[in-house]
Structure formats: structure tokens, C-alpha cells
Design a protein around this ligand. Structure first.
Ligand SMILES: *Cc1c(COP(=O)(O)O)cnc(C)c1O
Length: 383
């Protein structure tokens, strides 16, 4: 008689259930409170969350929005970017950063990333300025703190100063990340972030926020996101409807009190992966740039024959993924901008090699060991 091996439970890329279990009671009590008042838009929970999150990020003002993409757009508009302007952003980012530039009416000008951190490379910014005819129409620079660590902000701020650009951080993947002790969101004139459920601080639906130290800019963002209106039925500007829902604010307030602990757990899990995978042939571990406190939104290694390795992992119950398989300039929607393969070689190569492994605060050592074992088998099977 042959016994078939026991079926192991799949390891998901992200498991939101354990995080929910920690806050479930608080969230339910908060929802009950909001339901009793039926104030679903604005109200004390939104105001309290905005204050608490601003304090967490070390800035004076936080304005909730309906999504992270909206937050980037509203921050760009507040920074004055619009038709006739160009906005610098890295070629290796989630599409939302580029979409927000387009929605603000500006032109996205992509910059290649550095080969280690895969973050906007200050050395490549001059190429992008040349592509814009000396940078005369460039107004804003958007560094993206990809995977949970900050872009080299002091260099980018120096470049921005030299060329008269406003810096708007895309901090959607970097809740609680720091660089030389200074939090993501506290470097630019403005910063945008997302509370998409899978982010380190995730809502139970869409949400986002704009951060800034500047009261006037915060006021502009709030005005734009609330129909251009400060007083009911008086519309000063052409605005939008983009506000953070009250029920989402309840979830985010409960989760924010755990975020530091959850980020610490992600850090411990990243260290465990480094120990498990460090000596594995063919696996390049993610690099943490000097000065950075990484919060491991994504744990992405680089491997040869990535697509085959990914298929093997997925076929064996490991919910690996790719952030992101096609860089912005090679997306069909970006064809009109005339970019071609070869324009951003570092980003293109990363897109072929990056492999995101399951990582979330409550991942167990046993799950990580299984990921490592399966990855070793996958690499052996695909070389
Ligand atoms: C998630 C994300 C956004 C915005 O996302 P939404 O889904 O609109 O909240 C923007 N930029 C980056 C880099 C992101 O990862």
C-alpha cells in the first residue's frame, strides 16, 4: 500500500485574516458606533485618524482621500502640476503613479532606477530632463518608496532644488519606513499614500491620504477632494469627490495602533528569509540601501528563469507574485509616449527577474521554510 503525502495548506502571498482577527472587536465596536450615528462621510473618526496618521508620519497635516491614486493626483494638482507640465517618476513603479500624472493633465517623464534598490536613480534624472528639452516644462519630481524602503531622498531633494522642482513622494508602499530616522512622507512638499487592503496599513476597501507640513497645501487638497467647496454649496474650484470613508477611518485607527508591531514582525520574517535563502545558488536577495529602515511591504528576490520558477511555486501551493512584470513604459496604454524597449534597461531587467515571496506580519517560520524548500526545488527544476 502506498500512502500519498499529506496535502500541505497553500501559503498565500498575503494573509489579511490574522491581522483582522487582532482588530476585529475594535472594528466591530467602531462600526456599531458609526451605524448608530449614521454619519458615514467625514465626522470625528476621519478627523481623529488624520491627526493620528499625521503624527505617525511626523508631518503636520493629513487629508484622507478615496484612494491612493486619487491622493497622488490631488497632491500633484496642489503642487501646481497640470497641462503643459512634465512630472518625473521612476520607470519601476505600480501603474497608479503614472496614471495620477496623466489624470492631473501632466506628462509623465520616466527615470530609470538604480540596480541595487530599484528606486529612482538620481544619476539618471539628467537623461529625463534632456528628454524634456532641458527640463523647462518639468515641474514635479515623484520618488516612489518601492517595496517598503525610501528612495535616496537627500540626493533627489538636492536635484529638485537645483532644477526648481517640487517633490511629491509616493509613499503608498512605505507606511512607517524611515531613512536616516526621517519617516516616509516627511521629505517632500507633499506625499501621497494608499490604504489599499494589501498595503502595510490597509483599509477594508479603498482609501488614501495626502501628507504635508504646509497648511495651505493641505487646505487645497481638502478643497479639491470635496467638490472644491469649503462652505456647503459654495464651490470655489473645480473639484472632485474623493474623501476617506468614515467606516474605513475606523478600521485604519484600529490598525494604526498595531502597525509598528506588524512592521517589526515583517522585519523578523525578512531576516528569516535572508537566513534561509542567503546561500541558495541563483537567488539574489533584496538590497536595503544604507540609512534605510525597510518595512517590507514586498519581499522580492531576483532569480533566473523567473516565469518558470513562479509557475513551479504556484503549482506547489506557494502564492508567489511579481511586482511588476511589465514596466510602465512598455504598457500598452503608454505607447503614445513613444518609449521603446531598451529605454530603461535596469527597470526592464528587474521586471524579468523579480519574484515576490509570501510575506505578512503573521507568516510562520514553518510557512517560510516551506517557501524556501519549494524555491530550491523550483530552481533545480528550471536551470
Ligand atoms: C498602491 C499604490 C498606489 C495607489 O493605489 P490605490 O490602489 O489607488 O490606493 C500608488 N502608488 C503605488 C506605488 C502603490 O503601490
Amino acid at each position: 500500500m502506498t500512502l500519498s503525502p499529506p496535502r500541505l495548506a497553500p501559503v498565500p502571498l498575503v494573509d489579511l485574516a490574522a491581522a483582522h482577527a487582532e482588530v476585529a472587536q475594535e472594528v466591530q465596536a467602531g462600526f456599531a458606533r458609526v451605524l448608530a450615528t449614521t454619519q458615514f462621510i467625514k465626522g470625528p473618526d476621519v478627523a481623529a485618524f488624520e491627526e493620528e496618521f499625521a503624527a505617525f508620519c511626523g508631518v503636520r497635516h493629513c487629508v484622507g482621500t478615496a484612494s491612493g491614486t486619487d491622493a497622488v493626483e490631488l497632491a500633484l494638482r496642489a503642487a501646481g502640476a497640470g497641462p503643459g507640465d512634465s512630472v518625473l517618476l521612476p520607470a519601476n513603479t505600480f501603474i497608479a503613479t503614472a496614471e495620477a500624472v496623466l489624470r492631473a493633465g501632466a506628462r509623465p517623464l520616466l527615470v530609470d532606477v538604480d540596480p541595487e534598490g530599484l528606486l529612482m536613480d538620481p544619476a539618471r534624472v539628467p537623461d529625463a530632463l534632456d528628454a524634456d528639452g532641458g527640463g523647462r516644462g518639468v515641474k514635479v519630481l515623484v520618488p516612489v518608496h518601492l517595496h517598503g524602503q525610501l528612495a535616496p531622498m537627500e540626493d533627489l531633494l538636492a536635484l529638485a532644488r537645483r532644477h526648481g522642482l517640487t517633490v511629491v513622494e509616493d509613499a503608498a508602499q512605505a507606511h512607517g519606513a524611515k531613512r536616516y530616522g526621517r519617516p516616509a512622507g516627511a521629505w517632500g512638499r507633499l506625499a501621497a499614500t494608499s490604504f489599499y487592503p494589501g498595503k502595510n496599513l490597509g483599509a477594508y476597501g479603498d482609501g488614501g491620504a495626502v501628507l504635508t507640513d504646509d497648511a495651505e497645501l493641505a487646505d487645497t487638497v481638502r478643497l479639491l477632494g470635496d467638490h472644491g467647496s469649503r462652505h456647503k454649496y459654495v464651490h470655489e474650484r473645480h473639484g472632485f469627490n474623493s474623501r476617506l470613508d468614515t467606516l474605513q477611518a475606523v478600521v485604519l485607527r484600529a490598525k494604526l495602533t498595531r502597525l509598528a508591531d506588524w512592521n517589526a514582525r515583517r522585519h523578523a520574517a525578512a531576516e528569516r528569509y535572508a537566513a534561509l535563502l542567503g546561500a541558495m545558488d541563483g537567488v539574489l536577495l533584496p538590497a536595503v540601501l544604507p540609512g534605510n529602515q525597510h518595512i517590507w511591504h514586498v519581499y522580492a528576490v531576483r532569480v533566473p528563469h523567473r516565469d518558470a520558477v513562479l509557475a513551479h511555486l504556484q503549482g506547489h501551493g506557494i502564492g508567489a507574485g511579481v511586482h511588476y512584470p511589465v514596466p510602465v513604459h512598455l504598457q500598452p496604454a503608454f505607447r503614445p509616449f513613444g518609449y521603446a524597449r531598451g529605454d530603461f534597461p535596469v527597470a526592464e531587467r528587474a521586471a524579468e527577474e523579480l519574484l515576490s515571496l509570501p510575506l505578512f506580519p503573521h507568516i510562520t517560520a514553518a510557512q517560510q521554510e516551506r517557501v524556501a524548500d519549494t524555491l530550491a526545488t523550483a530552481l533545480a527544476a528550471t536551470q
